[in-house]
Design a protein. Sequence first.
Length: 253
Amino acid sequence: MSVLRKPVIGIVCCSEQLGLHPFNIVGEKYILGVVDGANGLPLLIPALGERLDSDQLLEMLDGILFTGSPSNVEPHHYRGPDSVEGTKHDPKRDATTLPLIRAAIDRGVPVLGICRGFQEMNVAFGGTLHQRLYEVGGYIEHREDKNQPVDVQYGPAHEVRLEPGGLLYEISGCSSAQVNSLHTQGVATLGTGLQPEATAPDGLIEAFSVSQATQFALGVQWHPEWQVTQTPFYLSIFQAFGNACRARASRHS
Ligand SMILES: N[C@@H](CCC(=O)NCCCC(=O)O)C(=O)O
């Protein structure tokens, strides 16, 4: 008799120095997104780079969530100019996520990338990033107002238009939606094989899927994990991701 089990969904951690020691951390809202939005069992993936046995990990996991983070992908990964002094980086996370994204998609493991995770997906597929979008010109303000309470920072900030017939359009049943916006960087050139799924009013690509992926592989620049059950558009993303993870989990039954 088969036992229905929740899909095991990996959540990538950031490496953060706390006092004398490096810690692996992840925001609880991402864990709640997996639990409440995707109905999955969360498993944290430490940022250990090559020391992580990614073959065994991908065999065990039914999906992976690439989280947001205050840190930025190191620009040498996309042939960008050096970051301005003081930019927060996380080389251990880069060394973990950039290879893991390609490996997961190649193995048919469902993937959802959020904010930094979305930017990592773009870089993993050879795309480039604007390091400081607000200096580029022609873009609306995509950063949060850090003086506002957290629910305002994560509240609706601008519209995105969804690509008719695309994955996001299909799973949400919407042609446009309001999203939050808490990022300094943004897609400059889209990686090879990535398909735009949503665009901000200024033309910035805010979501894409992976054309050749055999399973769910979506990246979004906004934060659908925020109060995921309260916003139908956000919930539809996590539910679709969870369903793809459940389909993979069923291979064990
Ligand atoms: N640092 C990048 C990515 C932005 C991002 O992921 N923000 C998340 C902040 C914390 C959180 O909500 O998890 C950029 O600024 O573009």
